[in-house]
Design a binder for this molecule. Structure first.
Ligand SMILES: [Zn+2]
Length: 547
């Protein structure tokens, strides 16, 4: 059930900044939006002093509260009610008797007003005022931010500051930004992107060459037209500067607050790629010798298979294989598999079949039948999550009621805080599962063609071991080994540029067969590396592009 509220704002002429009422209202509306509360009425008193109670709207609010249709009175802070703590308590008690709970947006009294009121009293009035003043002066900067105005510093690549202090697009730079996003999405490395920009006459914000990485650019939400201010604060610890995200409510975010340069779809795809790249970064080097490390996992316990080597004297050359390093006792102690057999099977058997235009419809239906299965599974899971949530809410209501009946102990307050945290987490989980469910759609033939074509394009650009490594990681989601079979999965996120976290099985073959095929295919492989001759897969190129 949606809850209702009224709010009360007061502006007193002494020592306060101009936009005070605006700022209070802003904060209050933001709070209501966040907590799904409907604001029914606004009471506002302008330019009177707070030392007496001759405040028209305040009196009216107290009067109206007798017949209140609202559950809450929301105020910016407690000094809005009265400067006098005794009065504050009086009005709070009065309102509570009339079924209205007072919430202060700034002081976070929302979680348990009574509990925090104790703190308020003990904290003392002096401290209270000084804290308040500090908040107010910061409020002025925030107010500018709320209007979407530039606040110091060099604007990000693609923007400059216009006459009215708002951000405007610098077309040439914006083009560079679009190039950075689209090339990165296509699988280019930072070095390749840098070279491309420098060779095509683009210059960095400082007027020089582009170099280094583009993480800051690729994660800047301003390019989505979202004005963000105060996102991070600098903390220095032992000489190194660390950035820490601030609390949600200290961050100003205005959607559409500045001109947009990048569209949502490519932005979210890039975020996913970045996340993936970071995960890859933690597994260093030894690139192509073990082509599949990082995507090869045990089908039973989910742990990785890693590259390993031995040097048997009789062979006179090293032997490279994949090994399950942390098997689950009794469950999965599997044999090693020679890396060149498995790598060859993937490169020369699986990938050509994946790219086979004749079988694209078959692949489509394989994918879509799994999408339906996964959706059904997600729906079941959501059902359970929702019923968990309901139980928690009932529990919370019981506990809150006992506070209203003045049976409170510090104990209960802690329990309520705890419960609220749990509810918040549960809500987040539901949100994320719901998002997956919404994102998860069947693939169309067009989408599948587009995806496969882009994979083939990337394959054509393979020039180095690193390129090959990237190609494999972009194309194959994961490979599962069990005692009998080997299963190849694609990452559905990569296919659809979405965040569903799902894998789709596209190949399954017995391990014995894989070894036989792999042995055969690896015969003419050059020592110490994978042959990336792609003749088999190039032949149907034209059909692919045209249809
Ligand atoms: Zn295992």
């Amino acid at each position: 059930m949606k809850r209702t509220a009224c709010c009360y704002c007061r502006y007193s002429s002494d020592k306060q900044q101009q936009q005070s009422i605006d700022y209070q209202l802003d904060k209050i509306q933001e709070f209501c939006l966040k907590h799904n509360i409907t604001l029914l009425h606004k009471y506002i008193d302008q330019a009177t002093t707070g030392t007496n109670d001759n405040r028209t709207d305040f009196q009216k609010m107290i009067e109206d509260s007798q017949y209140a249709q609202w559950d809450y009175l929301i105020i910016y802070n407690y000094s809005r009610l009265s400067r006098n703590v005794e009065d504050q308590m009086f009005y709070q008690k009065l309102l509570r008797q009339r079924g209205v709970m007072v919430i202060s947006v700034e002081e976070k009294f929302d979680s348990s007003p009574e509990g925090d009121l104790f703190n308020l009293i003990t904290a003392g009035i002096n401290e209270y005022y000084s804290k308040n003043l500090a908040k107010r002066s910061f409020g002025g900067v925030m107010q500018n931010a709320r209007k979407g105005l530039a606040i110091g510093g060099i604007p990000p690549l693609g923007y400059e500051v216009g006459k009215d202090k708002k951000y405007v697009v610098n077309e040439k730079e914006a083009e560079a930004v679009r190039i950075i996003f689209s090339k990165y999405a296509e699988g280019w490395t930072y070095n390749q992107i840098n070279r491309f920009l420098n060779e095509n006459g683009f210059v960095s914000k400082k007027g020089g060459e582009f170099r280094g990485h583009f993480v800051d650019t690729l994660t800047n939400r301003k390019y989505l037209g979202e004005y963000v201010f105060n996102k991070t604060s600098k903390e220095s610890s032992r000489g190194s500067r660390k950035y820490r995200d601030k609390n949600e409510d200290e961050i100003v975010k205005i959607e559409g607050g500045m001109p947009r340069i990048i569209d949502e779809k490519i932005y979210s795809y890039v975020q996913h790629r970045l996340k993936y790249a970071r995960a890859l970064h933690r597994k260093p080097a030894r690139l192509t010798k073990y082509l599949l490390s990082g995507i090869l996992v045990c089908g039973i316990c989910g742990f990785a298979y890693n590259g390993a080597s031995s040097f048997p004297k009789r062979l006179k050359k090293p032997n490279f294989y994949y090994r399950h390093y942390r098997p689950h006792k009794d469950l999965c102690k599997y044999d090693d598999i020679q890396s060149k057999h498995l790598d060859s099977w993937v490169m020369k058997f699986v990938i050509p079949r994946l790219f086979d235009y004749e079988k694209i419809k078959e692949l489509q239906s394989t994918i879509n039948s799994q999408v339906i299965e996964i959706k059904d599974h997600l729906k079941l899971k959501l059902g359970t999550l929702y019923s968990d949530l309901e139980l928690m809410k009932v529990d919370l209501k019981d506990k809150t009621d006992s506070i209203a009946e003045a049976k409170m102990t510090m104990f209960i307050i802690d329990e309520i805080k705890d419960l609220k945290k749990k509810i918040q987490l549960k809500n987040k989980e539901i949100e994320s599962e719901n998002r997956k469910l919404q994102e998860l759609e069947k693939i169309t033939l067009e989408e599948l063609k587009y995806y496969l074509k882009s994979r083939r394009d990337q394959m054509k650009r393979i020039e180095s071991k690193e390129d090959l490594d990237n190609f494999i990681r972009e194309t194959i989601g994961k490979i599962e080994l069990t005692k009998e079979t080997i299963k190849v999965y694609l990452s559905y996120d990569r296919i659809l540029n979405k965040l569903t976290g799902q894998f789709i099985k596209v190949f399954e073959q017995s391990k014995a067969e894989v070894v036989i095929i792999g042995k055969e295919l690896s015969k003419n492989i050059i020592e110490n590396g994978i042959d990336i001759s792609l003749n088999q897969t190039h032949q149907k190129e034209e059909e692919f592009g045209q249809k």
